[in-house]
Design a protein around this ligand. Sequence first.
Ligand SMILES: O=C(O)C(=O)C[C@H](O)C(=O)CO
Ligand SMILES: [Zn+2]
Length: 282
Amino acid sequence: MAMEIRQPSNSKDAKHYDTDRLREEFLIEEIFVPGEIRRIYSHIDRIITMGYTPTDKPLELGEGLNTMTNLGTDFFLERRELGVINIGGKGAITADGKKYVLNPRDGLYVGMGAKEVVFESDDKNAPAKFYTLSAPAHTTYPTVHIDITKARKVPCGDVEHANKRVINQYIHPEVMKSCQLTMGLTQLEEGSVWNTMPCHTHERRMEVYLYLDIPENQVVFHLMGEPTELRTIVMRNEQAVISPSWSIHSGVGTHAYSFIWGMVGENQTFDDMDHCDMNAIK
Ligand SMILES: O=C(O)C(=O)C[C@H](O)C(=O)CO
Ligand SMILES: [Zn+2]
């Protein structure tokens, strides 16, 4: 399938979902398949979550996709912008003829209007894994290469609460311009297992999390749902989860881990959050 479509769920319905239905609606289990592309289009703010894993040949952004049928446009980024973070081996992205090398954990923002975007790996046996988010856009901002050293770093949490971590803001108004997409990578310190706790929701934006650096046989219990109707999705390495605006998005792991967050919606105000009352969550 060139692109899977996910419809939105009403919170009144979602609280009745069983495990299988929760996973069917919100979990993205397989994103990185060697030599292949995976795309999941969510009706929630029309974010597209994708994985490009080139091996012995480059992969093109719109490869195998009829953009007129799926997006109503002549090419993928005609009315869209793109955020990418490489979580695999060294690779490169060429956007309209300009090549950007992406080392592991490097990011790239590609502005609206770029016609040809091509993903390639340096070593087919250690392929790049380009985690890619796309959001509707209204104007063109410059394409920007972001390495983790350029990201805006926000240390938070502490050892006492087992949530000591650094939020690396890659695509963020204080780093570079984008239309609506914000994106970054949060790294938990060794011995910490909680992310985004105390938890929050934000009715103004939806969010997608990709969990990574989870060792074999370890898991993250992703917490979602309205603050008084919490549910768990068991997640494994390099799996993602779609978080509607009404849902918290927190997690606790059996080992430290990292995750990439991406948001689209009303604003780009990272701290615009509705913090939950820890005495009221259920
Ligand atoms: O570690 C955290 O806390 C986060 O990374 C929070 C997410 O970025 C988020 O939920 C922003 O709304
Ligand atoms: Zn959030």
